[in-house]
Design a binder for this molecule. Structure first.
Ligand code: UD1
Length: 375
């Protein structure tokens, strides 16, 4: 069986790493990886392939950044050509990015069955590009691998749960598989010495990363269009982080640093360390040593939950509602008073943390077993 896997953005590399490993261990399944090039910086792409020992993509479309329509259209054209050349039995996509939708649509139009990993997630906010990508991808997929029972229920409401399986979450597999490796090879002292401050933000950083202490910093990522493309919101977020009681390590996504350096870099943010993106294993170390996480990333909300680190999600809704149980994850609107109150005051109920919501850590092998039995 020949599978084409379409990847493009950082979280997809992390999800695919565990599944590709299981595929490689199977005889009779041959995987071809197509990288759309949606993420292209070394720190957003290459480092993940290297560190997670993923197979090198056979194709890299080098699409890069563009408006949503252009980016998706260029991917669609490139993936279609590859499908026509390679004639795969199935095509697999992950998550909710433009690369996900382009892969699914190209295959569906050529009548190649589509497998969607991380299906059934919904924020019920159609303004989000990710929500559009998820809904469309789910409806044209033939096999839907859901990370949670909530995701299955969401698909049931849309009448497409017959082709869905609750396999558990591949990101849980990934944290379980790589946590011990991170602890052994990326100790905290080493990781903080490797943190690089964005050159243009050095003057804004009064804190030195190498002086950070375990349990005495907050970890932050912000990259959603709803937060970064509204400069007022971004400013409120930065002002809130700057007022916190201990330093904030802000791992800044390229789209976010662009907005900050274009509009806000003249401000003083003494409490924030504006750092370049780090690798997955470095991230696991920074996460497990953080006091709390503040983020708008779906992946980091779960990674915080799996690592038992409280999280404040800077959004009005989350697709990962299980993490809200027992206050392990708390939503906050973009309002300084609310953000500070939630970060400083809320303590999770330790007895309520239930990782079984996300399966048993064997989602990847279940996915590969079902693929082998179905196609
Ligand atoms: C994409 C996904 C989002 C996912 C995120 C993970 C869509 C619609 N969004 O958002 O769901 O959570 O990836 O990170 O697919 N850029 C670089 N270098 C890179 C990549 C991006 O400089 O390697 C900059 C470019 O200026 C680009 C901007 O970041 O315009 C946005 O990149 P894009 O890939 O369009 O979306 P993300 O914000 O990364």
């Amino acid at each position: 069986m020949k599978i084409i896997t379409v990847l493009g953005a950082r979280p997809q590399f992390i999800k695919a790493a565990v599944v590709s490993k299981c595929i490689a261990a199977e005889t009779g399944i041959y995987e071809i990886i197509v990288h759309t090039g949606q993420h292209y910086d070394t720190k957003m792409s290459d480092v993940f392939f290297r560190e997670l020992k993923m197979p090198t993509p056979k194709y890299n479309l080098g699409i890069g950044s563009a408006s949503h329509g252009k980016q998706t259209a260029r991917m669609l054209e490139g993936i279609e050509e590859i499908i026509l050349d390679e004639r795969p039995d199935v095509l697999m996509v992950y998550g909710d990015t433009n690369s996900t939708l382009a892969g699914a649509l190209a295959a569906s139009k050529l009548h190649v069955p589509v497998i969607h990993v991380e299906a059934g997630l919904r924020s019920y906010n159609k303004l989000m590009p990710e929500e559009q990508n998820r809904i469309l991808t789910d409806h044209i997929s033939d096999t839907l691998f859901c990370p949670t029972q909530t995701a299955i229920n969401n698909l049931f409401k849309e009448g497409i749960s017959k082709r869905a399986y609750n396999t558990g979450d591949v990101m849980y597999d990934s944290v379980l598989a790589y946590k011990a490796i991170a602890e052994k090879y990326y100790p905290f002292g080493q990781v903080i010495r490797h943190i690089e401050i964005y050159p243009r933000m050095e003057k804004n950083c009064a804190q030195k990363p190498c002086e950070l202490e375990s349990g005495k910093y907050y970890l932050t990522t912000i990259h959603r269009a709803e937060n970064t493309d509204d400069i007022i919101k971004l400013q409120i977020i930065l002002e809130s982080l700057d007022c916190l009681d201990i330093p904030v390590v802000f791992l800044v996504h390229p789209r976010t640093i662009k907005m900050i350096t274009e509009s806000l870099s003249e401000n003083d943010y003494d409490n924030i360390i504006f750092a370049e993106p780090v690798s997955y294993l470095e991230m696991l170390t920074l996460l497990s040593n953080a006091r709390k996480v503040l983020t708008d990333s779906g992946g980091l909300q779960k990674e915080a939950y799996f690592s038992e680190i409280p999280c404040i999600t800077l959004r009005d809704q989350t697709e990962w509602i299980e993490t809200l149980d027992g206050n392990w994850n708390i939503l906050s609107p973009i309002d300084k008073h609310s953000i500070l109150g939630k970060v400083l005051d809320i303590i999770p109920e330790t007895s309520i943390l239930n990782k079984n919501y996300f399966g048993n850590g064997n989602a990847a092998s279940r996915i590969v077993d079902i693929i082998r039995a179905s196609y």
